[in-house]
Design a protein around this ligand. Structure first.
Ligand code: FAD
Ligand code: MG
Ligand code: MG
Ligand code: MG
Ligand code: MG
Length: 550
């Protein structure tokens, strides 16, 4: 027992003398990973087996291949093809798994407080001690304070996908009953998706495919024109964080397929039988509308988990971001002892220092011209150069920076055609506060997990012959390993039998059936294990041969 709440400490529960391998790592630094999602698993996959005593804590005992989740909801893929047991992932590093939820971290005692229900359904709590802690707990769906969300479905987890699949089938079956009125049938067959990001768009596309390809065959009673798919989006375009051509392609595609896209619309309430939203008209006025709905999917972005909110609050003023835990560029959680605690994936963000970056750039520019930066007058042409440089360094911000030209005019208060240092600084601050730094994607979580594994491998190597105490100490991290750099590899979103690609600046491809295969093979290669790859391949083959399995 011990720690601030005098709870049992878990190390006594864990038997490390079972076998040779476990004995070998018994006295290695204790690496505790919270969460077995994209970030956590990427880390485990690249960590050297014998350098750390690894423990994963997570309430879910499997890794979930989220990009394929929308397909699973309509039966294109089997659920088991999308998951991989955490214990299987852990066996390579001879790690331990504790199925429990992290509730708190006591940074000065280096203890994670976890909770779990015992066999009688009572909550039990205990501590797990760490030398290094990696927080990779992901995010939760953002409720945006909307009423009646218990009438909506979410799509985060395999259970969500299962519930969705059951509800969709149920709606179709009830719609077929001879006792169902025409009006009720139309409502049951009205599928509404709230959120025009990749998940919402992919789901709407999958839904449309399902209704068109398979259902008219299996449910001949249902008329195609009674079925409708609606997508509600608060912005003026769907996939608005993507390149314009991509978002345009998606919209055209949906228009052709008769997926009803409602832009500039904000959901106010989800009722059991309808959805209420306001739509902004061209003249700027708001009109309240209703749509009968048999099914509503809520997928409107992410917000932090309770654990992360608690930790951010606890760390106080060094944590200024409302949306995620802030780390430095070495992914160390700001406000904690250096080299103890890291945060990766959706739950985290790397502190934005675009402004610093630009200032450095300007200093260099001034210096080149032999001038004092404080007296610098920045011409539009130089500004374009700066903008170009920023885009290269921060590809995920391209969208926000599209408006950089406009910003120049806006901040040139005296309309001199140049920005002085003061004007520039204000502009930079605005850019900084607008940029949401890193995207909440599997791609990013994966890169960060991989980065930490490489770093930890290196650190373990450096410290051979040193004690665990030395490893924990100080800024070894920064000395031993470079800062994290995000590489934008493009985003993919599925839109009804063709994938939409956004590969960053100047590299957009949209359309074509071949794209489906490219799209599949990308995820294929990213997919974690050979087992999963085989299962996915079999599902696709089955779909090709027999249609979806309902
Ligand atoms: P997650 O993968 O969410 O993992 C979090 C883990 O932490 C889970 O194991 C969870 O059980 C565990 N956990 C939660 N709370 C606690 C706690 N208190 N204590 C301990 N453990 C906890 N990204 C892409 O790049 N491309 C895509 O095509 C794509 N499609 C997506 C489709 C869907 C339907 C969804 C939902 C997401 C999609 N994403 C996609 C986003 C991607 O899944 C996330 O960005 C990614 O999962 C983030 O990884 P993570 O490790 O931070 O969190
Ligand atoms: Mg994770
Ligand atoms: Mg996951
Ligand atoms: Mg995370
Ligand atoms: Mg000026």
């Amino acid at each position: 027992r011990g720690g601030p709440n005098n709870l049992p400490i878990a190390e006594v529960f864990i038997d490390d003398d079972d076998c040779e391998e476990k004995k070998r790592i018994k006295d290695k630094p204790r690496l505790v990973v919270l969460g077995g999602g994209w970030g956590g698993v990427a880390l485990l996959k690249s960590l050297n087996p014998d350098d750390y005593h690894v423990t994963v804590i997570s309430p879910t005992n499997y890794f979930l291949f989220t990009p394929m989740l929308p397909s699973a909801t309509v039966g294109t893929l089997e659920f088991r093809s999308l998951v991989e047991p955490i214990r299987r992932v852990l066996s390579r590093v001879h790690g331990h798994f504790i199925r429990a939820k992290a509730e708190d971290v006591h940074f000065s005692d280096k203890l994670v407080e976890v909770s779990q229900l015992d066999s009688r359904g009572r909550e039990v709590r205990f501590y797990v001690p760490y030398d290094k802690l990696v927080i990779a707990v992901g995010s939760v769906t953002n409720p945006h304070g909307v009423k009646g969300l218990d009438n909506a479905f979410f799509l985060k987890d395999i259970d969500d996908a299962r519930k969705i699949r059951n509800q969709v089938i149920r709606n179709l079956e009830v719609a077929c009953l001879p006792t169902t009125s025409d009006e009720e049938r139309k409502r049951l067959l009205s599928f509404v998706v709230s959120g025009g990001g990749p998940t919402g768009v992919e789901f709407a596309a999958e839904m449309y495919d399902l209704l068109n390809e398979d259902l008219t065959r299996h449910f001949p009673r249902l008329l195609r024109n009674e079925i409708s798919v609606h997508l509600i989006q608060s912005r003026s375009h769907i996939l608005n964080t993507y390149d314009e051509t991509v978002s345009k392609y998606a919209e055209d595609r949906f228009a052709r397929d008769q997926v009803d896209v409602l832009t500039n619309s904000r959901v106010k309430e989800v009722c059991p039988d309808k959805i209420v939203f306001t739509q902004k008209q061209e003249d700027g006025s708001l009109v309240t509308k209703e749509l009968p709905a048999g099914f509503v999917l809520w997928s409107t972005g992410v917000s932090p988990t309770a654990l992360c909110q608690k930790l951010a609050h606890k760390l106080g003023s060094v944590q200024t971001n409302r949306h995620a835990l802030e780390t430095d560029t070495h992914l160390r959680l700001n406000g904690t002892p250096l080299g103890d605690v890291y945060a990766i994936g959706d739950c985290s963000t790397v502190q934005n220092n675009i402004a610093d970056h630009i200032i450095t750039f300007l200093r260099t520019l001034a210096w080149k011209h032999g001038k004092d930066p404080e007296t610098l007058q920045l011409h539009f042409k130089d500004w374009r150069q700066v903008a170009h440089d920023v885009k290269k360094r921060f590809p995920q911000s391209v969208n926000h920076l599209k408006r950089l030209d406009k910003l120049f005019a806006e901040f040139d208060k005296d309309q001199s055609g140049t920005l002085d240092f003061g004007e520039l600084r204000e502009l930079l601050n605005q850019i900084d506060s607008k940029l949401t730094s890193l995207p909440a994607t599997a791609q990013r979580a994966h890169q960060q997990g991989y980065y930490l594994a490489q770093k930890f491998n290196k650190l373990a190597h450096l410290s051979e012959g040193l004690s665990a105490n030395d490893i924990r100490d100080g800024d070894l991290d920064a000395a031993a390993y470079k800062a994290f750099e995000y590489h934008h590899l493009g985003s993919l979103a599925y839109i009804g039998n063709s994938a939409v690609f956004d590969l960053g600046e100047g590299w957009n491809l949209a359309g074509g059936l071949w794209a489906v295969y490219a799209w599949r093979s990308v995820y294929f290669a990213q997919s974690v294990s050979f087992r999963t790859r085989c299962l996915l391949a079999m599902d696709w083959a089955k779909r090709g041969l027999f249609g979806r399995g309902e």
